[in-house]
Write a protein that binds this ligand. Structure first.
Ligand code: NAG
Ligand code: NAG
Ligand code: NAG
Length: 258
């Protein structure tokens, strides 16, 4: 259902964007407590981290559709129980994926409906370092100013340093009206999206697909559109999971196959 943009082309596009503008990921964040976010997943293509994700049941990981546009399901794996991407850790395990379900309305050229559900080929083995997190099912906006937690393995500095260990930042929710001002996102923020401040601390593309956690519950998913990061006037954009309850629930209920 998606145009297959070659991975090489995407990589080049990514490189060009990186070179053209300051980009960072969990910019201004700090190293997370090891395994303190046991729902965090690294979504990998051919063994390389491409995006974050969140374990929502023992079989399903929630992420962003744009993360996978160019990959086929055989190339996709999910790393759970990790703090460091490279070092051996007893709790770490790579899972194959049996199904990748993109939101049917997601499109390469928009930030809307940027959701992905990955079904692991076997149930995750749960423990202190691997644990699903609840996601918000009540469809109402998170109050502006609420502090939310975002974590990821993306690049951390404008120079492009890629951390090996999970980083996190705490970001205040920004009200939609402000986020939609012309000098910010100029009307692009629908009711199915939310914004968080991006003043020095921010999430960015390598963190795409990762959860925005407010009050211990997943409220948003980091969108994967290209965006300047760490610029106060370009707040982070997150897909509101509560706006997609029907799609998420019906996908998890797994009416087709399996
Ligand atoms: C993954 O690796 C296979 C085999 O080397 C290659 O054909 C494919 O293009 C790679 N996919 C991506 C998305 O890099
Ligand atoms: C994952 O998939 C690969 C390739 O299909 C296979 O060789 C490997 O055994 C699978 N791993 C697990 C844990 O299922
Ligand atoms: C995986 O977990 C689900 C519940 O989340 C359960 O219904 C199912 O039987 C489990 N599958 C296996 C293979 O253990």
């Amino acid at each position: 259902m998606h145009g297959a943009l070659g991975s090489a082309a995407l990589a080049l596009l990514g490189a060009a964007l990186c070179a053209a503008q300051p980009r960072g990921r969990i910019l201004g964040g700090r190293e997370a407590g090891a395994h303190a976010r046991p729902y965090m997943a690294s979504v990998q293509v051919n063994g390389t981290h491409v995006c974050g994700g969140a374990l929502v049941t023992e079989q399903w990981v929630l992420s962003a559709a744009h993360c996978l546009e160019d990959a086929v399901v055989d190339e996709v794996q999910v790393l759970l129980g990790a703090h460091s991407l490279s070092r051996p850790e007893p709790s770490k395990r790579l899972y194959n994926v049996s199904r990748a379900v993109l939101h049917p309305d997601s499109r390469v050229d928009t930030i809307d409906h940027d959701l992905l559900l990955l079904q692991l080929s076997e149930n995750a083995s749960l423990g202190p370092a691997v644990r699903p997190l609840l996601w918000q099912q009540e469809d109402r906006d998170v109050a502006p100013g609420t502090l939310c937690d975002v974590a990821g393995w993306g690049v951390t500095t404008h120079a492009g340093h890629r951390p090996d260990r999970l980083m996190y930042a705490v970001l205040p929710v920004l009200d939609r009206a402000t986020c939609n001002l012309r000098r910010y996102h100029d009307g692009a923020i629908t009711e199915r999206l939310m914004c968080a401040e991006s003043n020095r601390r921010d999430s960015c593309k390598g963190d795409s697909g990762g959860p925005l956690v407010c009050g211990g519950v997943i409220e948003g998913v980091v969108t994967s559109g290209s965006r300047v990061c760490g610029n106060r006037k370009k707040p982070g954009i997150y897909t509101r999971v509560a706006s997609y309850v029907d799609w998420i629930q019906s996908t998890l209920a797994d009416v087709v196959g399996n």
